[in-house]
Design a binder for this molecule. Structure first.
Ligand SMILES: CC(C)(COP(=O)(O)OP(=O)(O)OC[C@H]1O[C@@H](n2cnc3c(N)ncnc32)[C@H](O)[C@@H]1OP(=O)(O)O)[C@@H](O)C(=O)NCCC(=O)NCCS
Length: 418
């Protein structure tokens, strides 16, 4: 086993104890400018808390940074769901920022997750530039939509609504949404089921999370055969410029398992009375809405980075997905932060699965760790990653072969925020 990196010169990093949970979560709340809520912590987090997955940094006796990871199994191309940890609650006190505390904590956490035999780690970044240096690669991309409802006509080919869209009560919502969410999450690369305590927090619909908008509305789509095939959650914000209603409807989450569910939910959402603008974040890149509208141009779309993925065990991760074509590549990983993952791997890939083993053979491609996080789900082509400096081609033709091997459909997408 390689040596652990040297400790930070002025802070001690260790997991927290049960007595420190409130202070830890208050630190997290302060890092994100939120109000602390001890009651919430005791009711929702404490019963499930695994202290060995937590970290805090202390300067003397003072807690100055936090981090955590929780189970976040992830769907890979081909459908297998692989163990993964979801990194969350990362914050460094403003008094201690830019002194290498995050770097030391991330190092510590990579070792912690590796020693617990986790093959992957994932996270949502508050700011894009933070995590690439720690080997996290962009693994899902989504669109944010905005459309003026006056421009939201449907194309002549768009299916009419068959079946029905009906409200759910907040208390019934989880029971209906959760199984649909889980089917969706396991049908897409990047999909992750949501932990039970996060479902509770989600449907609790705390007034602190509403940003001046209405309580959450929950609607579900049922097919003519009586099958629940999708749902949407949204809030309304009242706006009356010049006494004319121009509410903002913000879709918080949408899951459509079938094309007719997608068409019916969009027809519903774009026709809610009093609404002037509909906004929806987190839409997959291959979503149907742009094609359902009569005027493709009227939908404003802004792509954004989503989930980031860090490969801790390249052999397990690369073996767990399937590949659209049969081929063989030798990948050299240059991984200084995770020395156990550094080295050369022969990937024998095929549509049925893959075999991966360490090798001394001449490498075809040299990869930075972040590149592998992106390639694993097929989020971007190897040749594009090479063009920006994340991959180096060592054997002519290897990039074009990697482009084919790592391709995946449907588009990677994750709705599980943690
Ligand atoms: C983001 C945050 C955790 C960084 O902590 P930190 O201890 O200041 O980070 P470090 O000192 O270890 O910085 C390591 C490197 O990352 C860079 N970096 C850190 N935060 C960055 C940011 N927000 N944007 C761009 N670069 C950043 C540093 O400049 C440094 O680069 P260098 O090695 O080239 O000098 C801290 O600013 C914070 O708590 N922010 C508010 C909460 C938050 O956004 N948390 C992350 C949730 S995903």
């Amino acid at each position: 086993m390689p040596d652990r990196p040297p400790p930070h010169p002025s802070v001690e990093i260790r997991p927290i104890t049960a007595e420190e949970l409130h202070a830890w979560q208050r630190h997290v709340a302060r890092s994100f400018g939120r109000a602390p809520n001890d009651e919430h912590v005791d009711r929702l987090l404490r019963p499930h808390m695994r202290y060995e997955d937590s970290l805090a940094a202390f300067d003397g006796g003072e807690m100055v940074a936090t981090a955590h990871h929780e189970p976040a199994p992830i769907t890979l191309p081909g459908g297998r769901v692989l163990d993964c940890v979801g990194v969350t609650r990362v914050g460094v006190a403003t008094t201690h920022r830019r002194q290498g505390v995050l770097s030391a904590m991330m190092q510590h956490q990579l070792w912690q997750a590796h020693e617990q035999s986790n093959p992957l780690a994932a996270l949502w970044a508050s700011e894009t530039p933070i995590y690439g240096r720690f080997g996290y690669g962009l693994a899902t991309v989504h669109d944010a939509y905005s459309i003026d409802t006056r421009d939201a006509g449907f194309a002549w080919w768009a299916p009419d609504t068959e079946g029905s869209v009906r409200f759910l009560s907040a208390t019934d919502a989880v029971e209906v949404m959760r199984p649909l969410f889980d089917v969706y999450a396991t049908s897409r690369p990047g999909g992750m089921p949501r932990l039970p305590y996060r479902w509770h927090a989600y449907t609790e619909d705390s007034p602190d999370e509403r940003g001046g908008a209405s309580p959450m509305h929950y609607v579900a789509y049922t097919s003519p055969e009586g099958e629940r095939e999708g749902y949407a959650t949204y809030r309304l914000k009242s706006e009356w410029p010049d006494h004319i209603p121009a509410y903002r409807l913000t879709v918080d989450e949408m899951v459509a398992l079938t094309p007719r569910a997608s068409a019916a939910l969009w027809r519903y959402l774009l026709s809610v009375d009093l609404v002037g603008v509909v906004e929806a974040n987190d839409q997959p890149l291959d979503a149907a809405l742009p094609w359902l509208l009569s005027d493709y141009r009227r939908l404003k779309r802004r792509p954004s980075d989503g989930l980031y993925l860090r490969i801790l065990d390249p052999e397990v991760a690369l073996t767990a997905r399937t590949y659209p074509v049969a081929d063989r590549l030798v990948l050299q990983l240059d991984d200084r932060l995770c020395p156990w993952a550094d080295g050369r791997f022969a990937l024998d890939a095929a549509p049925e699965g893959a075999h991966v083993a360490r090798t001394d053979a001449v490498p075809d491609l040299l990869l930075r760790p972040a590149a592998l996080g992106t390639l694993l789900l097929g989020t971007e082509r190897a040749s594009v990653l090479a063009a920006v400096g994340l991959i180096e081609e060592r054997r002519p033709g290897a990039l074009a072969r990697a482009d084919e091997m790592f391709r995946s459909t449907p588009a990677p997408h994750c709705l599980n925020h943690f």
